[in-house]
Design a protein around this ligand. Structure first.
Ligand code: NAP
Length: 336
């Protein structure tokens, strides 16, 4: 053990609008000693995800909000340093929801083993973890695309969107990605095999959709909400489906955003809209994990990780995620 203390990032105060460095504080404590049935784990990679912004606000949600002083929520990949349980031994790799911290002693029954045969261990909280599962089930179980469908995915180069588009291609869809830079757009087409991409910051999304898919959009995987979704809603095909996965464009809003503006378009198109959570499909995650791993191994699916080095850089990286600074699944490398 090279460090004498555990460090944890806590929410120092609730952000108003965009989070700032002042909303986060590092708190040091003694590295805990595992009790009977527990494992002492040391974080190697920490996942940073948009939903964490939701935990920082008060008010109704599907999850309990953080209180000032609480450790920031999050999942990590960690090494078992000491085990007081027959379930794990020192040296095993696991994933656990211990939040933004370097060390934790937790019940062995609440950590999950990481199978390094499926992929590099960092992928256990990326494409083979929560974001990959979100893409797989949101697309295949909520949108249920058919070959020949036009599928539009927003935040297309990100952890979820990149996987959605690639599985859409495997299912015979015409895939259009929407992203915030030309580099991200080029990546989705040239590297991931999407049919087209639209830069929502420099192009007219609605006009581009008309040009790329004159018969309309059959499936929309919505990661962002706001003006991008307004533009897609204007172009939905008859009997189209919309999966509401995330609304990142609204996460920093301090007052509730204006409601959907063009619902009348959905009457014409007889569209079905369904929100979902990745955990709705938890019992099937292992099947999806194996399928995605096989697709990576046979070259059908690619992934990109944006790895920030150093525990101390987590808040800055997280603030960047909410502004589109990440390119791929955002991770913090905490220890070797
Ligand atoms: N329902 C579920 O169970 C579930 C599970 C996981 C994730 N999610 C949701 O899925 C979405 C994507 O998550 P992720 O982990 O894959 O994140 P990500 O796409 O890797 O990163 C977030 C991206 O969102 C885009 N963005 C930020 N602000 C935006 C804005 N105002 N308008 C449009 N795009 C904006 C940025 O890309 P650009 O540069 O392209 O703008 C940014 O890089 C999030 O909304 C998240 O909350 C939902």
């Amino acid at each position: 053990m090279s460090k004498a203390v555990n460090r944890a990032w806590t929410m120092a105060s609730r952000p108003e609008g965009e989070p700032t460095a002042e909303n986060f504080e590092i708190v040091e404590s003694t590295i805990p000693t595992p009790k009977h049935g527990e494992v002492l784990i040391r974080t190697r990679y920490m996942s940073l995800d948009p939903y964490m912004r939701g935990r920082m606000r008060s008010g109704p949600s599907y999850a309990t909000p953080l209180q000032p002083g609480d450790v920031m929520t999050g999942e990590v990949v960690a090494r078992v340093e000491k085990s007081e349980s027959p379930l794990y031994k020192a040296g095993d790799t696991v994933r656990a929801n211990i939040g933004w911290q370097e060390w934790a002693a937790v019940g062995a029954h609440i950590v999950r083993p990481v199978d390094s045969d499926l992929g590099p261990i960092s992928t256990a909280i990326g494409i083979l973890g929560m974001p990959g599962m979100t893409a797989y089930f949101g697309l295949l179980e909520v949108l249920k695309p058919r070959a020949g469908d036009t599928l539009v995915v927003s935040a297309a180069s990100g952890a979820v969107g990149a996987v959605v588009g690639q599985i859409g291609k495997l299912n015979g869809c015409f895939v259009i990605g929407v992203a915030g830079t030309d580099e991200k757009c080029a990546y989705t087409v040239d590297e991931l095999g999407f049919d087209a991409a639209i830069n929502y910051k420099t192009q007219n999304v609605s006009a581009e959709l008309v040009r790329l898919s004159p018969t309309g959009v059959d499936c929309y995987f919505d990661n962002v909400g706001g003006p991008v979704s307004d533009a897609v809603f204007e172009n939905l095909a008859m009997k189209s489906r919309v999966a509401i996965c995330g609304q990142i464009s609204q996460y920093n809003a301090s007052t509730p955003p204006q409601g959907p503006r063009n619902m009348a378009a959905l009457i014409r198109s007889r569209t079905t809209i369904e929100g979902f959570l990745v955990y709705d499909f938890e019992l099937q995650h292992e099947i999806a994990r194996t399928r995605i791993s096989n697709w990576i191994k046979d070259g059908s699916i690619k992934y990109k990780e944006d790895v920030v080095d150093g525990f101390e850089n987590a808040p800055e990286a997280f603030i960047g995620l909410l502004n589109g600074k990440n390119f791929g699944k955002l991770l913090v490398k905490v220890s070797d």
